[in-house]
Structures are given as structure tokens and as C-alpha cells.
Design a protein around this ligand. Structure first.
Ligand code: ADP
Length: 375
């Protein structure tokens, strides 16, 4: 293992000698310098772990030497212990620490105190180095993750985009077949055609939702600005107009704030959650949806979208946010991507989303947080 190098800087030779002996006896490798210039040269040449720096040097003042040590990228994080016999005032102590020293001792310094201070500073430096290493590793891992996410993003976008084209062809030829040849097919042939049409429209829904899911993940498409939730809700309700009217659903809300976010994505979020509240309604009563927002911890809004629908059993309250996770068969139309899109949108906005329900038959409340504009 490489021996720890300490650079001992002092123009007073007997002092320098005595300290070097002490350090060598304690197991350190010691380099010496008698002037500020020599000290700065040695810093580059021997890369010490700690510099013991006398304040009164004949050429450059010790405070200035310390500042230059900090400016040098090779020694910016090297531990510096300043020692002075004359600069003993609080002001000088403050100047030393402000110019980058990690500790400041005043002569006469007891040998044990000196060695204990050296050990403490080296411990601090090692901890700092370990932290830097793990930060660098973390940054590298983050970058690799970012690149692979971008790849995946591009892939899913391209895949879902390109899938639409052949799908449109299948759908339009199935429609043509239906219109022009349905009478010529026997009952079994007609049934097969219906399967093709149904599968094509289901596939089209899946591709459309996958495309939305991929787009929500696209960092470049995300631009946050103040968004009034009242306007978001209005747009979501307009998009859901038909299903709301069909189910005779009522959507009520309290006061709604302005948040920081991406308007298009927030419309999608509200639309998916309100759409589900209506879709998963109980058979015996009309859907009633209530939206509430409350200021949570100053810079966050907590939204709650409650319904009086079929509710969700506790075991499924987490899984339903995964892509393609559905609790229903094809009797209820859907792709199982809606809530995965919601989670992606909320997380993109720096928030959290979850559901609470006392179980089947008790309605459900979807909670999510969004950043307030005052951040
Ligand atoms: P989809 O509605 O297309 O199936 P989602 O991802 O939107 O997909 O929802 C996943 C599942 O979560 C649904 O299949 C449904 O079982 C359940 N779910 C979602 N919203 C509600 C709700 N408001 N009440 C009861 N169940 C719900």
C-alpha cells in the first residue's frame, strides 16, 4: 500500500525538522519545503495527502499558499493544516480557514495534539475520497441508465408508430371486406371477419396507448410551466364527453390550484383517472366523481379523485399501476396501460400516485401529488 505522504512546509529549519521526525516516527512519508514557491512545486510533484503549512513564509504568505493549493485541481481536496506562532488572533484563524485550511493550530503545539489532528484530517480526506468515488460511480451508472432509457424510448416510440401503418391497412381492408362481401360469406366466414375486426380495433387501441406511454417518457417533449387544473379538468371532461353523458356521470370538484407541469400530460392524467372512475362504476348507481386538491407541505399539492364505483381489493392496489395489468377481461374495454401512463406522468412531474379503497364495492380514491407553482 502507498505510504501516506505529508508535505511539511516551514521556513524555520529546527521546527520543520522536529515535526518531520515526529511524523516519520508515526509512520508517514514526509516531504519538506521551506518557502511558499517550493511548497506549491512539491504539491504538484509529490501529491501529498496532507499539507502542514506554516503561516509565516519568507516569500508568499501561508494564507495565499493555501488559496493557490485550493485553486490547483490536483490539490483542491488535499487536507491542509495551518500552524502559526504569531498569527494567533481570531481574525487570522478565520482568514486561514476561509482561505481553504481544514484546521488551524497555534504554537506551541503539543505533539499528541498534532498527530491526532493529522489523523483526523486524513480520516476526513479518505471519507471525502470515498464519497467522490461513489458519486462518480453513481453518475456513471445514471448516465448508462439514461442512455439505455433513451434507447428504449426511441425503440418503443418507433415500434408503436410503425405498427400503426400496417394496422390501418388491416382495419380498412377488413371494413371493405365487411361492406362488399359480408353477404357472400357463410355464417362461419362472417364470424371470422368479426374476429379480425375486433382484434384490429383492440390492437389499434393498444398501439395508441403504447404511443402515449412512450411519448410521456420522452424527456424532450416535457416542458413544465404553470398550468391551471380547472382548465385541465375542462379539457379532460370535453374529451370524455360521450362516455360521461352515456353513464350519466357527475363530476364535482372543490377549488383547483395552478401547478407546475405539462398541460397535455396533465389532461391525459385526469382523463385516464376520470375515465376509469366512470368505466369501473357499480351497476346499481350512477357514477359520481369528486376531485379535491389540498396544499401539502407548502410546495406540493395533493389531489384526490374519488369515485363510488366497484372499488379495488387491497392485493391489487399496487399491481394495477403496472403496464398491461388489468383486473377485468374483455367484457370491459381497455388495454391495461392507462394507469401505467398516469404513474409515468406523475413521476415525470416529480410526484407520487397511489390508490386507496376499502375493497370491492366501496369505491376508490386515486391520490397523486404535483408541484406547486411557488417552487
Ligand atoms: P384499463 O382500464 O385499460 O384496464 P388501467 O391501467 O387504466 O387499464 O387500469 C388497470 C386496472 O385497474 C383496470 O383493469 C381495473 O381493474 C382497475 N381500475 C382502474 N381504475 C379503477 C377504478 N376507478 N375503480 C376500480 N378499478 C379500477
Amino acid at each position: 500500500m502507498r505510504q501516506t505522504i505529508i508535505l511539511n512546509v516551514d521556513d524555520h529549519e529546527p521546527n520543520r525538522y522536529a515535526r518531520s521526525r515526529l511524523l516519520i516516527e508515526a509512520g508517514y512519508f514526509v516531504e519538506e519545503a521551506g518557502t511558499g514557491h517550493d511548497a506549491l512545486k512539491s504539491v504538484d510533484a509529490c501529491r501529498p495527502s496532507l499539507i502542514m503549512l506554516d503561516v509565516n513564509l519568507p516569500d508568499i504568505n501561508g494564507f495565499e499558499v493555501c488559496r493557490r493549493i485550493r485553486e490547483n485541481p490536483h490539490s483542491a481536496h488535499t487536507a491542509v493544516l495551518q500552524i502559526s506562532a504569531s498569527a494567533t488572533s481570531d481574525f487570522q484563524r478565520v482568514t486561514a480557514l476561509d482561505s481553504g485550511a481544514d484546521a488551524y493550530l497555534i504554537e506551541p503545539v503539543d505533539a499528541e495534539v498534532l498527530l491526532a489532528t493529522v489523523r483526523a484530517l486524513l480520516r476526513m480526506r479518505r471519507a471525502e475520497e470515498a464519497l467522490q468515488k461513489s458519486n462518480a460511480a453513481l453518475q456513471a451508472a445514471n448516465e448508462a441508465l439514461r442512455l439505455s432509457n433513451e434507447d428504449l424510448q426511441r425503440f418503443s416510440y418507433a415500434a408503436s408508430h410503425d405498427l400503426q401503418e400496417p394496422l390501418r391497412t388491416i382495419s380498412s381492408f377488413a371494413t371493405l371486406l365487411h361492406r362488399g362481401y359480408r353477404d357472400k360469406l357463410d355464417p362461419e366466414g362472417g364470424e371470422f371477419l368479426t374476429y379480425i375486426e375486433k382484434a384490429a380495433s383492440r390492437m389499434s387501441l393498444l398501439v395508441k396507448d403504447l404511443l402515449i406511454y412512450a411519448q410521456v417518457g420522452d424527456q424532450n417533449a416535457y416542458a413544465a410551466k404553470p398550468v391551471a387544473i380547472a382548465s385541465v379538468l375542462l379539457q379532460a371532461e370535453t374529451n370524455l364527453e360521450q362516455s360521461l353523458a352515456q353513464a350519466e356521470a357527475e363530476v364535482a370538484h372543490g377549488e383547483l390550484p395552478t401547478v407546475l407541469g405539462n398541460e397535455g400530460q396533465l389532461v391525459q392524467l385526469f382523463q385516464n383517472l376520470i375515465g376509469n372512475a366512470v368505466k369501473y362504476c357499480a351497476l346499481d348507481h350512477k357514477p359520481r366523481v369528486h376531485i379535491k386538491a389540498e396544499n401539502h407541505s407548502g410546495n406540493e399539492w395533493l389531489f384526490a379523485i374519488s369515485d363510488n364505483g366497484i372499488g379495488i381489493a387491497p392485493d391489487y392496489q399496487e399491481v394495477i399501476f403496472g403496464a398491461f395489468k388489468r383486473l377485468h377481461g374483455q367484457d370491459v374495454p381497455g388495454t391495461g396501460i392507462g394507469l401505467a401512463i398516469c404513474r409515468r406522468i406523475v413521476e415525470r412531474h416529480g410526484g407520487r400516485i397511489w390508490v386507496e379503497s376499502s375493497g370491492v364495492g366501496h369505491g376508490a380514491t386515486f391520490f397523486f401529488t404535483l408541484q406547486s407553482c411557488e417552487n
